[in-house]
Design a binder for this molecule. Structure first.
Ligand code: ATP
Ligand code: MG
Length: 737
């Protein structure tokens, strides 16, 4: 046991070994909150105070849950299987699967991710003949989720005006549709499991007796419903209920827009009469230059509980700042730096490229791809959200539950089977008349629509029958063939990558079976296992990427980097309007949230931090000319080193007192002179991007980019094994092939 506690500082030690009472650990980034939480679980078990099955722990991502389990397995000689460790959604899903009947759900209920939910809402509006200009589907989605997160069913929503009343009506219709189809959206997972516990006393008592310790990471980002959900498990804090151990950092609260409330921390302290509030102040993650920058930034916020972090790790390197001409230029520079870091022996997986919005990843991906550097994107390009994967999942969902109308509508005519919009309208009418799912309404149709739809129904029925005894990966494989998806993408010109992704889905299924440690019973019920796999796919969307484990550069938004750490962090796009985001700039609360986000970003780095911005950027099809972010000005200049000469014109606010001035002093770094590189549309000599060329020394390659003009014209060529090179057109002897 001493082993477990050996490397903790005094405050950490105190937190880990607190008696079984409610506690709040309030501490800044990198101070060991997550480590304390994990160690406490191990300590509680090892000291015999609780059985693994008495532990309920909530993490922010599935990845974090997996890491926590792996760490616990390493720390403990006992099996960790009885513990419930996961995200709110993951745990709610587990609860509903176990008690689906009590929760009023089919055993194989499916989960709608946010894209599915939007599609379901659009379909609903269409069925009801509602004008989607008056009720934009996205607004409605936001409204419905907001109500659910506030714990409100339609009858409980207070509607003072007609418009709201109509929205509430649509909310009700939407619920009925979901119920008919046996599907639940993300917010529903939580609300439904909350109501299950609230209404079903035996179930509630069972879990209240079972879980003795409830531990919550990233507590500052829980929303109201999540807090109430936790409170229910803890028997509202009554004597004899579970001990709640919450760790959080008010400075890292970054989900206000999704209804998270820092106020939960205060309420928790009050409602649970928390006696143990522990602060951790030593940071073990970052060098002091990085930490000081983070502290300096967050000090500009007024609304804070206040704490200070220190480290004894030494100053480390200065923070590197780079000004680029364009987003492409910025991405190119980042990739060059990454290459040199890797050449010097750095691990790619220890390098993170962070950005404020998903849309920024494209240009980074393009440069990484051209340079042949393996990378992995979290969020953004989501594996489980790609078109071909969604199609395949829709077939799988129909196998599990043919009444799933969202899945039905997605693939009934994909690959094309000559089923037109008109037939589908007739079908939707019939479904309404017979008050059933689309699938169940097909036998009521006659004529041409009846025939073609009848064939589709038979296809699904055959699939259901033929896969009833197949192991999951074989089931997926069978579906890919019989549905015609494989043949469809094989015939498609650009279909290769999609085919590879479909194969990756097979791998994902095989991994799922292996990792989930599925027991014999489950293996004997392939369709139930399939439902678990589909739930996993919905919950993992946005986190999981193919080829886990490979050494790849990590790309993600700042939001999804929360809780993680890397040796090297690049934070790009530090421009006014982008970061801080234009939607938040005008209100104080919004700006403070952006600043917390900036604080999260900076504190992800251990050893080295790069900050960059571009004078011009293509975003959403427009070129924007931005000033550099005010957050850059909030970092004391002594902590930074400019790689490009500071440019007064790009400073935020221009005349803002004094800020730019300091940057004019010659930096100790050798400034890199960069000339503007306008890209041009046309290359001379009939060359074009994508063209294959021959080079006398490097062999055959493909042109991936071009810039400059006249004698300065350069092209970037991917020579495969010989690497990616920039060559001057005037000098390189290139032969088109
Ligand atoms: N006492 C300690 N001795 C050595 N390393 C430690 C100690 N405490 C924490 N660390 C290390 O410091 C790093 C940060 O810890 P951890 O991720 O738990 O911090 P955190 O407070 O959860 O951060 P965040 O707010 O970003 O989630 C980890 O690499 C962790 O292993
Ligand atoms: Mg943490």
């Amino acid at each position: 046991m001493s082993n477990l506690l050996a490397n903790l500082n005094d405050q950490q030690h105190q937190a880990v070994t607190l008696p079984p009472q409610h506690a709040l650990i309030l501490a800044g980034a990198g101070s060991g909150k997550t480590r304390v939480l994990t160690t406490r679980i191990a300590w509680l078990i090892q000291s015999g105070q609780v059985d693994p099955s008495g532990i309920l722990a909530v993490t922010f991502t599935n990845k974090a849950a997996r890491e926590m389990l792996a760490r616990l397995s390493a720390m403990l000689p006992v099996s960790t299987r009885g513990m419930w460790i996961g995200t709110f959604h993951g745990l709610a899903n587990r609860l509903l699967r176990t008690h689906h009947r009590d929760a009023g759900l089919p055993q194989l209920f499916q989960i709608l991710d946010s894209g599915d939910q939007l599609a379901a809402i659009k379909r609903l509006l269409k069925t009801l003949n509602v004008d989607d200009e008056k009720f934009p589907p996205r607004d409605l989605q936001h409204f419905i989720n907001g109500q659910k997160e506030a714990g409100n069913r339609p009858h409980a929503v207070e509607a003072w005006d007609d418009y709201t009343r109509q929205r509430v009506q649509l909310y009700q219709e939407y619920e009925a549709q979901c119920q008919r189809e046996g599907v639940v959206d993300f917010a529903e997972l939580l609300l439904r499991s909350y109501e299950l516990l609230e209404r079903n006393e035996p179930v509630r008592r069972h879990y209240q007796r079972r879980f003795r310790h409830i531990l919550v990471d990233e507590f500052q980002d829980t929303n109201r419903l999540q807090y109430r959900w936790l409170r229910m498990f803890a028997d509202e804090g009554r004597e004899g209920g579970a001990a709640m151990f919450c760790v959080g950092d008010d400075d890292q609260s970054i989900y206000r827009f999704r209804g998270a409330e820092v106020g939960n921390m205060r309420d928790f302290e009050r409602e649970f009469h928390v006696q143990n509030v522990i602060r951790l102040e030593q940071n073990y993650r970052s060098r002091s230059n990085i930490l000081d920058a983070a502290n300096a930034i967050i000090r500009h916020n007024t609304n804070r509980l206040g704490k200070n972090l220190w480290t004894d790790q030494g100053a480390g390197e200065p923070i590197r700042v780079f000004e680029a001409f364009s987003d492409a230029d910025e991405a190119r520079w980042i990739v060059e730096e990454v290459q040199s870091l890797v050449r010097d022996g750095g691990l790619r997986a220890e390098i993170a490229l962070l950005y404020r919005s998903n849309a920024q990843s494209r240009v980074l991906e393009h440069q990484l791809f051209s340079a042949g550097i393996p990378y992995r994107v979290y969020g953004g390009l989501r594996f489980f959200e790609r078109q071909e994967i969604k199609h395949a999942l829709a077939y799988l969902r129909l196998i599990a539950n043919p009444d799933d109308d969202t899945a039905f509508a997605r693939v009934v005519n994909f690959p094309t089977r000559g089923i037109g919009a008109r037939s589908l309208e007739v079908l939707a009418d019939a479904a309404r008349t017979w008050n059933g799912s689309l699938y169940s309404a097909v036998p009521h149709l006659t004529g041409k629509a009846g025939t073609s739809l009848g064939q589709f129904v038979r296809l699904v029925e055959d699939m259901r029958r033929d896969t009833a005894k197949l192991p999951l990966p074989e089931l997926v494989d069978h579906m890919l063939d019989v549905s015609g998806l494989r043949a469809h993408y094989k015939a498609e010109k650009e279909g290769r990558e999609r085919l590879e992704n479909l194969d990756e889905l097979l791998n994902a299924a095989a991994n799922f079976v292996a990792e989930a440690q599925v027991d014999e019973d489950a293996l004997a019920q392939p369709h139930a296992l399939l439902a678990d796999f589909l739930a996993h796919a919905s919950l993992e969307a946005g986190e999981h990427q193919a080829d886990q484990g490979a050494d790849a550069v990590q790309l993600m938004t700042v939001h999804s980097a929360k809780g993680l750490e890397f040796n090297v962090v690049f934070l790009s796009g530090l421009e006014e309007g982008l970061f801080p985001h234009e939607n938040s700039i005008l209100e104080t609360d919004g700006l403070e949230e952006e600043r917390r986000l900036m604080y999260v970003a900076v504190t992800r780095a251990r050893e080295r931090l790069y900050l960059s911005f571009a004078q011009s950027r293509m975003l959403h099809g427009q070129t924007r000319y931005n000033l550099r972010s005010r957050f850059l000005e909030e970092i004391p200049e002594a902590l930074t080193k400019w790689l490009t000469p500071p440019n007064p014109r790009s400073a935020a606010g221009g005349a803002l007192g004094g800020m730019g001035g300091g940057y004019f002093k010659p930096s100790s770094a050798k400034p890199v002179q960069r000339t503007p590189r306008p890209t041009f549309a046309q290359l001379p000599n009939g060359l074009r991007i994508g063209q294959s060329v021959n080079h006398p020394k490097f062999g055959q390659g493909v042109i991936v980019a071009a810039e400059g003009s006249g004698t300065d014209a350069k092209v970037q060529i991917n020579f495969g094994p010989a690497g990616v090179k920039w060559l001057l057109l005037a000098v390189a002897k290139l032969e088109p092939v």
